[in-house]
Design a protein around this ligand. Structure first.
Ligand code: ADP
Ligand code: MG
Length: 255
């Protein structure tokens, strides 16, 4: 089967006047459907640069990038924006929710930018489904300030899923969360991955990478390690401890 992400000798060089920084120096990787990848590496190793390239937010200086079979390396800004909207979902460290907007409305947002017009009823139904997947169906009318950090990140995950992306990209999604809440969020990612969703996340915590299935390490712009791991699966008992009983019930049912 063709990989959902294929990077062929990808380079990214930043030029600021006379200084050149070779942030990514020839990365080739295949990511297959259903992969759950942690991208690790020290600060400055090129993780964010690589994620920006993968997320079609920036273009490589050299090399080719095939996303879902499409060569996106040569596309212009507008074309990249369309691809991003159709094929990718993003989760950030800082949640990036709109404060004066309910959970449901936050999740509806990406559908407003969809190229095809979607009726408000369909938007609402899809956003509700997405919130139910992350165990927050009952909190749809809550504002971000009324939700815990873990719940806010789950809303952000629901938002990332709402356009049914091919790949979910997450940059330090547990970076702002305590360790217990981080595990809760990793439980949500594991359940999504069990359902076949492809996930690629940046983390600098080895502990978090252990919940993924494949670990990549970047050093000085190069992949220096790429290993399959036996993921640490959350047990039913651990899941029961999660603060949201609804989420726990769903997660347990999935195991
Ligand atoms: P990481 O996310 O692993 O910390 P980055 O991708 O942010 O690494 O950075 C990799 C290298 O590229 C670093 O040396 C950084 O200083 C440099 N860099 C990142 N972004 C830019 C930019 N916009 N202009 C110039 N240099 C940059
Ligand atoms: Mg970074």
């Amino acid at each position: 089967m063709q990989p959902v992400v294929k990077l062929e000798d990808i380079h990214k060089t930043y030029s600021n006047g006379e200084i050149e920084v070779r942030a990514v120096r020839g990365v080739s990787i295949d990511i297959h459907r259903g992969d759950f990848v942690a991208l690790m590496g020290a600060s400055g190793s090129g993780k964010s640069t690589l994620m920006n390239l993968l997320g079609c937010l920036d273009r490589p200086t050299r090399g080719r990038y095939f996303l879902d079979g499409i060569d996106v390396s040569g596309l212009d800004r507008n074309e990249l924006a369309d691809i991003r909207n159709q094929k990718l979902g993003f989760v950030f460290q800082g949640f990036n929710l709109l404060a004066r907007t309910t959970a449901l409305e936050n999740v509806e947002l990406p559908m407003l930018y969809s190229p095809q017009r979607i009726s408000s009823r369909v938007m609402r139904d899809r956003a509700m489904q997405s919130l139910e997947i992350v165990g927050l169906g009952k909190r749809f009318d809550h504002y971000p300030s009324q939700l815990s950090g873990g719940q806010q990140q789950r809303v952000a995950i629901a938002r990332a899923l709402v356009n049914q992306p091919q790949v979910l990209l997450a940059d330090e999604p547990t970076g702002n969360l305590d360790s217990r809440t981080s595990v809760e969020v990793m439980g949500v990612f594991q359940r999504l991955n069990d359902q076949g969703i492809t996930i690629l996340m940046v983390t600098h915590e080895l502990d978090i990478a252990h919940y993924c299935r494949r670990n990549l390490i970047l050093r000085d712009g190069l992949i220096v390690s790429d290993v399959q791991v036996h993921p640490r699966l959350l047990s039913a008992v651990e899941l029961k401890k999660l603060d949201d009983a609804e989420a726990a019930a769903k997660l347990t049912a999935a195991h």
